[in-house]
Design a protein around this ligand. Structure first.
Ligand code: ADP
Ligand code: ZN
Ligand code: ZN
Length: 762
């Protein structure tokens, strides 16, 4: 028994010291322990206090290179004279940036997405918050109560007496400058008083910019009387809210069924409990119209989006953290909003791809929200007219994770769903333009009836490819394996991936043939065609090119709302969320653009896009119709969208996914490696494939490897790209394999390698 105890000399040598565990935003992954010097362990000195969630300065490695890292834990750790813990060098943040629950959430993300914890933290805490943008330290002066009591008995030079009088009379503390201004003196008498202890000072962090746009006042609107479908859905959500438990509720409601009203009322309940709600919407829907619906109902809302300045974001973050905000409305990253008492999370248009981040940490806001609401014991509401198959499957019997399903199959006021007509472009296509005869006639009729029109074409630019019929040459970007798009306004050919531009060729760069052809239809060309065929009708184009300036989005939508624009045409940014009762016709110029993508979700994307854009019409009493142009009129995704039949689409698509082991029936991971040297890239990824294969075999895991192979876009911004895909019924098996077979293989100099769990892009 006694033999098991360590010898006495070892006990003596090892002592416990107070240590901080630190993770690094860049540099080596892993957790590093440092001793906390006594000067940084005193909570009465909050400026230099080490606690979890603050950044610290520390020496790294043999050379003691100074690095900045996040303190993620504090506690006793063993230290010995032979291997002493190095002491921390300093504290960066005077307050904690990350709450304990957010530390747990980011830890989970690090594991789930195989991204170093420090990198996750750096990606989650906005830079404006780290830099405390828009604030500075101000020294505030006041008269101690003891001094104030015996003010008249003090013998002081006249200037100092004036200063003391003025400060004692002030209702709030003053800065040095303010006090000097008020008395009309230099700072000398003030500093003299400070030295004698007659004035005390403290440092406070104050906003420097008082001119930030305050929340605009909006006329308040009462809650609407819910119809039976809405009431049932609200009850389902409130049952979870009142129980104070986590539950995920999938609200599947057709476009115009009044989903927003339901969750607004659920949030009202949450707010009445003194808790906060977070509503995630796709970035593109953060329009004044959407935000306005929140302002009509709640006093204190915070909006978070990616175009905010650091100052504005920091300000919102602090309001939220202080509990001053009832509802946070924001894009993807608002899932990390530091609400002190979270009560509910809503993800509107849950199926949207913008909820997936495509740079590290490559998270999906739906997964993070699920984990966060589970940990904090609050309900999660997912709302969509076209739920992702991932969410849908969880609402069906037999799924490993159970969501509660609430269906809203009817539109508000029992408005009918718009009639959809398919135009078979093989038969009715126009050789010289984008608008078929049936679509032209419908547009003509809609305009005559004083209606408005939305036209969807999901490709920007004028011509989408430049080709030589003589030799087959196709113009590609110099830096990417991507076709160049001709932009007429700029008179340039442009790469939509890296923005490389060059002069449009007039002869084939390869064979010098003058017959080089500009083909394919982009929104600019469609706009020209509409202008030519509907003379005098006002048209607005909305795409990434026309919506560059801040506010242009609002201006365009306002003009459309007020009827100044009759035809709105654009890319997918017009397909979502818009609620304009006077739109009586929607035209889909090409339903096939998404179908041909090299993506197993192509059918799902097509169904979503057509259904969503179709939902923009028939929202008023005048009804509405939809015309869908396609070369593939029998495609199941298009047929289901035409019938507004989500369940039919899901019941056809799910078995296909199951057969292939694709999500939602399995987890997919993708290793993407890129670098300037193709041989180096190939050698590296072949090695990874070998070690992965071995790891999978040794674990007896059900993980299937596909590749390595060139990525669908083989070259991007001058770098080659190869990828390796992994499929498995178990996410844990995939992660275990990656930990054993990918993490330890350091890519050679010049090769970068990332892992994307459940990737959504190419
Ligand atoms: P969804 O989000 O399902 O597409 P919305 O919430 O945008 O639907 O609702 C469609 C329209 O119906 C909106 O103009 C909304 O104000 C209105 N609306 C919603 N619920 C009601 C209701 N109970 N009574 C009357 N109008 C409603
Ligand atoms: Zn040629
Ligand atoms: Zn390019």
């Amino acid at each position: 028994l006694f033999d098991a105890e360590p010898p006495a000399w070892e006990i003596d040598a090892q002592s416990m010291v107070l240590a901080a565990t630190v993770v690094l935003p860049s540099g080596p992954p892993g957790e590093f322990d440092y001793a906390i010097p006594d000067t940084m362990a005193d909570p009465r000195k909050p400026d230099v206090y080490v606690e979890p969630g603050r950044r610290v300065r520390a020496p790294l490695g043999r050379g003691n290179r100074p690095v900045v890292g996040y303190c993620v834990a504090v506690g006793p750790k063993p230290s010995s004279p032979s291997r002493p813990l190095k002491p921390l060098r300093g504290v960066l943040d005077p307050v904690s940036l990350v709450s304990p629950s957010m530390l747990r959430l980011t830890r989970w993300m690090a594991d789930h997405y195989l991204t170093p914890w420090g990198q996750v933290l750096e990606g989650v805490v906005p830079s404006g918050v780290r830099g405390r943008a828009g604030t500075r330290d101000v020294t505030l002066l006041s008269v101690p109560t003891k001094v104030a009591a015996r003010l008249t008995g003090l013998e002081l030079p006249p200037k100092q007496a004036d200063v003391l009088q003025a400060l004692a009379a002030s209702s709030k503390p003053l800065s040095l400058k303010q006090l000097a201004m008020r008395v009309g003196c230099t700072t000398a008498p003030i500093n003299a008083l400070r030295k004698r202890g007659l004035i005390e000072s403290r440092v406070e962090r104050l906003a420097t910019d008082g001119l930030l746009a305050e929340d605009v006042a909006v006329e308040r609107q009462p809650a609407k009387r819910l119809n039976p479908d809405q009431a049932r859905t609200l009850d389902t959500i409130l049952a979870a809210v009142d129980a104070g438990e986590h539950e995920t509720i999938l609200v599947h409601g057709v476009t115009g069924s009044g989903k927003t009203e339901v969750y607004l009322q659920a949030i009202e309940r949450v707010v009445s409990f003194g808790r906060q709600a977070i509503v995630l919407v796709p970035e593109i829907s953060l329009t004044p119209q959407t935000v306005g619906r929140f302002r009509e109902r709640f006093d204190r809302i915070a909006v978070l989006h990616s175009h905010q300045s650091d100052v504005e974001r920091h300000r919102q973050w602090r309001r939220i953290a202080a509990g001053d905000v009832e509802v946070v409305v924001g894009a993807r990253s608002a899932v990390f909003a530091p609400t002190p008492h979270l009560g509910l999370v809503v993800i509107d248009e849950e199926h949207e791809t913008t909820f997936k981040q495509d740079t590290a940490p490559r998270y999906h806001a739906r997964d993070v929200a699920l984990e966060r609401t589970r940990a904090e014991g609050v309900p999660l509401v997912l709302a969509s007219a076209t739920p992702s198959l991932e969410a849908w499957r969880c609402s069906q019997p037999g799924a490993p994770e159970r969501f509660r399903l609430a269906s809203m199959p009817r539109r508000i006021g029992d408005l009918p769903m718009p009639a959809v007509r398919v135009v078979d472009l093989r038969v009715d296509g126009e050789s010289r333009g984008a608008i078929s005869r049936p679509l032209y006639q419908a547009m003509d009729q809609a305009l005559r009836d004083d209606g408005q029109i939305i036209l969807l074409l999901n490709r920007r630019g004028y011509s989408t490819h430049v080709q030589c019929p003589a030799c087959g040459y196709a113009l590609k970007c110099d830096h990417c394996d991507v076709a160049m798009t001709f932009h007429r306004q700029d008179n340039a050919v442009v790469c939509h991936w890296c923005d490389y531009r060059s002069a449009p060729p007039t002869v084939c760069p390869d064979c010098r043939s003058p017959r080089i052809r500009y083909g394919g239809m982009g929104t600019q060309k469609l706009e020209a065609e509409v202008n030519a065929r509907f003379r005098g009708v006002s048209v607005t184009r909305m795409d990434a090119d026309t919506m560059r300036r801040p506010g242009s989005h609002e201006t365009a939508l306002d003009a459309f709302r007020h009827g100044e624009t009759r035809i709105l045409l654009g890319t997918q940014m017009i397909a979502k969320g818009l609620d304009f009762p006077n739109v009586t016709l929607v035209g889909v110029i090409s339903a096939d653009s998404a179908l041909n993508l090299p993506d197993f979700r192509a059918a799902e994307r097509t169904f979503q896009l057509v259904t969503q854009v179709a939902g923009r019409t028939g929202r008023g009493e005048r009804g509405g119709r939809v015309i869908v142009q396609t070369f593939d009129p029998d495609h199941p995704a298009i047929l289901a969208a035409v019938r507004h039949d989500y369940e039919r689409f899901a019941s056809e698509e799910l078995p296909a996914r199951r057969a292939l082991g694709y999500p939602p029936f399995g987890v997919m991971a993708r290793i993407i490696a890129r670098g300037a040297s193709e041989p180096l890239l190939t050698a590296y990824l072949d090695q990874v494939a070998e070690t992965l294969k071995r790891a999978v075999q040794e674990a007896g895991a059900k993980v299937r490897l596909v590749g390595p192979a060139p990525a669908p876009i083989t070259r991007l911004r001058g770098e080659f790209r190869r990828h390796l895909q992994m499929h498995s019924p178990s996410g844990d098996a995939v992660r275990a394999a990656l930990r054993a077979g990918w993490l330890p293989i350091k890519p050679p100099e010049g090769v970068r390698s990332v892992v994307d769990i459940d990737p959504t892009d190419m």
